[in-house]
Design a protein around this ligand. Structure first.
Ligand code: SIN
Length: 516
């Protein structure tokens, strides 16, 4: 395993106007970009604003940029005022054109966007490039979906020209789909671009206005997307980014959840925060989409193609250093293939190159914060104390880096099994029967992703039907796509993102009866 760290970045502080939203970037960030205006952040505000640092996860303590906060209350007012013109005065085809243009700009700036993402999130450049493209697919998809009859294009007519409501007069039944209204979109740090476009694409297509609150750990990706949205012709009050510090985040979250001017809230993040936002949103009975935590089982049956299973396991587990809500977290392997699966997984995992994401040969970056690295270490140590065998890794490296780790003989009562690790750790448990695997897989309060590997077609249907999860990958470790409905069951959340179902989350259906 090779550990590489980025050279320390130098921060150059510029003089910023007190009442302008501005961004001061380290010279190294800007010098790496072809177009440094992607990070412009100079808009007027009537209130005086604070600023906060953005750190480089590959080099703890190194400040990449100093970002000014945005006044969320002011953003809500602007969004409310912009709603009528965006929803009622623009056509679906105009909104579609804006989204297509935004996508085109994202794609044509993909090199710069990937660098920005890698610097602030730590993920390897290849993964950032993949995410930039993934982010653009949501804009393309909803550009196309906006103009379909079941989309928001001015509504559609139910084919029922002479209906009679409860014995009343004959007439026409119309069902019109309308934009929900002002939407608050709270995005996470682990996918700092794709989770914004997965929410904002359908919101804007439907005719809603959007206030995005990016994670305070990764605001630069959101700022770059905001600048490209403006270039694409999306009015500045229709799509707004509200950058706030860690300290301001709870109060801004509460403001977005309780504001009577916001009709819908979409959140991707932890189950704990999702529950809090759900409580806060109940005051105004907001529409909610919640994509919360998971603890995905990954089951390898005795009839699996073991090499394929290992490839799928690696892709699912080590993507973004194990920091995704859909990462495989609990590995259940049939006793007859346990040893060969573990042996092959260990061999392949040894080839992972841990280092700063910006280095070309890095295949796994750091964890997002020091606390995250501490938490993973604590879980690994506790599992070993409870009887697990460490087959590989098990240690924190310099800074926020963590060794890819494989543990066998893990107790299903240990913390690493019961809660998602959000780190590069593979805990393995043996099983004997399909029933036993299903019981263990479903023994969780959450149900986002799940995976299993088998060559048996009846089992594919039987097992996928019985898994308590919103997403099931069969013989595959990464299944996310703009055309597929993404979301969880149980405490993993509410609603679906992506696909035409993702657009429905931003539409209300109004019934109009016309007496003939
Ligand atoms: C997530 O982990 O929150 C999203 C991952 C994906 O879209 O694949």
């Amino acid at each position: 395993m090779v550990l590489r760290t980025a050279s320390r970045l130098v921060v150059s502080f510029a003089i910023t106007s007190r009442n302008a939203r501005s961004l001061t970037t380290g010279s190294t960030v800007v010098s790496r970009l072809n177009d440094s205006s992607l990070l412009d952040w100079n808009k007027e505000s009537s209130s005086s604003l604070t600023s906060f640092p953005v750190f480089d996860p590959a080099s703890p303590g190194t400040v990449l940029a100093e970002v000014q906060s945005v006044d969320a209350a002011e953003a809500i007012e602007k969004s409310k005022d912009a709603l009528a013109s965006w929803r009622d005065d623009t056509t679906a085809s105009f909104r579609s054109t804006c989204l297509s243009e935004w996508s085109r700009l994202v794609k044509s700036n993909s090199e710069d966007l990937a660098i920005i993402m890698t610097l602030e999130s730590g993920k390897p450049l290849a993964e950032s490039k993949g995410e930039v493209n993934y982010a653009a697919t949501f804009l393309d998809y909803y550009a196309a979906e906006a103009i379909r009859p079941t989309g928001a294009g001015g509504g559609f007519m139910v084919p029922s020209p002479f209906a009679t409501p409860s014995g009343g007069p004959k007439g026409n039944v119309l069902a019109v789909q309308q934009a929900v209204g002002v939407c608050a979109l709270i995005a996470p740090w682990n996918f700092p671009m794709a989770m914004i476009t997965r929410k904002a694409g359908p919101a804007l297509a439907a005719g809603c206005t959007a206030i995005v609150k990016p994670s305070e750990l990764t605001p630069l990706s959101a700022i770059a997307l905001d600048n490209l949205a403006k270039q694409a012709g999306i009015p500045s009050d229709v799509f707004q980014v509200v950058t706030v510090s860690t300290e301001e985040t709870p109060s801004v979250g509460e403001l977005l959840a309780t504001s009577p001017h916001i009709q819908k809230l979409s959140f991707t993040g932890s189950t704990r925060v999702g529950k809090l936002l759900m409580k806060q949103s109940s005051e105004t009975v907001k529409r909610l989409s919640l994509e919360l935590g998971g603890n995905a089982p990954f089951v390898v049956f005795e009839d699996a193609d073991i090499d394929q299973a290992v490839t799928a396991a690696m892709a699912s587990k080590f993507r973004n250093a194990g920091q995704t809500c859909v990462c495989a977290d609990r590995f259940l392997v049939h006793s007859s293939v346990h040893d060969i699966f573990v042996e092959k997984l260990v061999e392949k995992t040894k080839a992972i190159k841990v280092g700063a994401g910006i280095e070309a040969d890095t295949t796994m970056g750091p964890l997002i914060t020091l606390q995250a690295a501490d938490s993973v270490l604590e879980k690994v140590r506790a599992a070993i104390e409870e009887g697990a065998t460490c087959e590989l890794g098990g240690n924190r490296l310099d800074g926020q880096f963590f060794e890819p780790t494989i543990l066998t003989h893990v107790s299903t009562e240990s913390d690493i099994w019961k809660t998602e690790s959000f780190g590069p750790v593979v805990p393995v448990v043996k099983f004997e029967t399909e029933e036993e695997a299903l019981t263990i897989a479903n023994d969780s309060s959450v149900g986002l992703a799940s995976y299993f590997c088998t060559e048996n077609l009846s089992r594919v249907f039987r097992f996928s039907n019985s898994l308590e999860a919103g997403l099931v990958g069969v013989n595959e470790g990464i299944i996310s796509s703009c055309v597929a409905p993404f979301g969880g069951v149980k405490e993993s959340g509410l609603g679906r993102e992506g696909s035409h179902l993702g657009l429905a989350e931003y539409l209300e259906t109004k019934y109009v009866f016309i007496n003939s």
